[in-house]
Structures are given as C-alpha cells and as structure tokens.
Write a protein that binds this ligand. Structure first.
Ligand SMILES: C[S@@+](CC[C@H](N)C(=O)[O-])C[C@H]1O[C@@H](n2cnc3c(N)ncnc32)[C@H](O)[C@@H]1O
Length: 246
C-alpha cells in the first residue's frame, strides 16, 4: 500500500463534489474561487491594459465558469476560444454566455486547437497555479506556436515573494501535517525562473507584476455597477509575454 498522501484531486472531481453539494451557480463559483464579477472585471481590465482590441482573437485557457468570457461577450467582433478540462464548466459557460459564436472546448493534452499564428492573446488566469511546471511549459510552447507575431500571453501565478500568497502555501502545509485530503494542487513559481522560461521559449517579457501591487486600472469602460473604476491588485502575481514581431 502506498504511504504517500492522497493530496491531488482532479479539478473535475472537485467540481463534481461541489455540484452535488450546492446549487449550480454557487457550485461553479466555488469551483473557480468565487467573486465572479470582480475577477472578471480585473481580468478584462488587465487585457485592455495589454492590448485587447474589440476584434482580438482571444484564447482563454482554463476558462472555468466564464469570469472573463462574461466581460468579453460585449464585443461583437471579438473571437473567443475557451478551453477547460471540466465538461460541466464548459456546459455552464455555453448556457450563460449566450454567444453561440464563442467556441468552448475540452482541453486535451495541454494543446491549443488552433493553427499557427491564429491568436492575438492567450490567457491563463489561476491555471498555472494548479498545474505541474512541465504542463504549464507545454502550454507556453503552444502559445509560441498559435500566437501571431506581436501576440501576447498573460498568466497569473503564486509566488513566495508576496506575503499575502503565503496563506495558500500554509494551507498546503497544513494539509500535509494533518495528512488530510486536499482539494487540488497549488503550485508556486518564481519570477526569475519565469524570465528564464521566457528566454528559452523565445518570448519578450512585457510585464511581471506582484499580486499585491495595485497595477490594474479599472476604467470607465471596464467598470461595472458592482466593481467601480480605480486601481486594484489582482491578488495573484501576473506575467505578460510577447511573441517577437519579426
Ligand atoms: C481557479 S479556476 C480559474 C478559472 C478562470 N480562468 C477564471 O479566472 O475564472 C482554474 C480553472 O482551470 C481549469 N484547469 C485545470 N487544469 C487545467 C488544464 N490542464 N488545462 C486547462 N484548464 C485546466 C479548471 O477546470 C478551472 O476551471
């Protein structure tokens, strides 16, 4: 018998457990970390800050319950591909977004189902936080392939340098001490290592921001009634990489 902790539950199993215990809206909100509107507005604002246009071709990997898609559906010419590993979340998005032209597909093998150069922006919000480094790296290799020259990838990550993110790590430590069951894995990255990754992958680092810095401008365009304009922090740190133009 294995003496190892059973510390990794697949994301799909976690979502299914929430769906069995709570009404659907609450279950999917819990599955992606809650605060659907606030994080959707923050993610949308960040994309605007780093080049989102009304007609951008956006890939949202780990789209979850559609926090970002709900904000992007206001742009008629925008092309959206949302990928996730949980069919129930994709189905929820499909029903809630009311944008039949938005593609929502099951992610398989850490691949992005687009031809070379077909995307302008690829996002991973709170996704690399739940993957092995090697899986995140494969996704970034895919970004290098599917992005058009000048296209960008934006992803969030946990890092030890940010005091507030220690509570997540301490939660993991607690699970290990109690040898108790963990919902899903939480992975930390280091900004300097990500700069190395960027160099090996042929990307230019456009931004690397700490999650506790109020670096996101919520503007009159991206604000909602519940989330007013102003400078806000994302909570998780984030990195913006660009595929060279020539
Ligand atoms: C914390 S949620 C964030 C959802 C969304 N990005 C957001 O900001 O609302 C993480 C999402 O990543 C998805 N996910 C987990 N592993 C994945 C993988 N290998 N590829 C794509 N998505 C994955 C989960 O199913 C979940 O929907």
């Amino acid at each position: 018998m294995s003496l190892q902790l059973n510390y990794v539950q697949s994301y799909a199993a976690m979502v299914r457990a929430y769906l069995a215990a709570f009404p659907e809206d609450e279950a999917v909100a819990r599955s992606v970390g809650g605060n659907l509107e606030l994080f959707g507005v923050l993610e949308h604002s960040l994309l605007r800050q780093y080049g989102l246009r009304e007609d951008s071709r956006v890939v949202d990997v780990g789209c979850g319950a559609g926090r970002l898609a709900a904000q992007l559906r206001r742009y008629p010419p925008l092309r959206y591909l949302g990928l996730d590993v949980v069919p129930e979340l994709l189905d929820y998005c499909r029903r809630k977004m009311a944008r039949p032209d938005f593609r929502l597909e099951l992610s398989q093998g850490n691949r992005i189902p687009l031809a070379d150069g077909e995307a302008d922006l690829v996002t991973f919000f709170s996704v690399f936080t739940h993957l092995l480094h090697e899986e995140s790296y494969v996704y970034l290799q895919e970004c290098a392939r599917v992005l058009a020259p000048g296209g960008r990838v934006i992803f969030s990550f946990f890092e030890f340098a940010v005091e507030a993110q220690w509570s997540v790590f301490e939660g993991n430590v607690d699970w290990v001490r109690k040898r108790s069951y963990l919902g899903h894995i939480n992975v930390f990255m280091h900004a300097d290592d990500l700069r190395l990754w960027a160099r090996r992958l042929g990307f230019t680092v456009i931004a690397m921001e700490r999650g506790d810095k109020a670096s996101i401008a919520i503007t009159a365009e991206t604000a909602t009634e519940a989330v007013p304009a102003g400078q806000r922090a994302l909570g998780q740190s984030y990195c913006v990489l660009e595929k060279p133009r020539a």
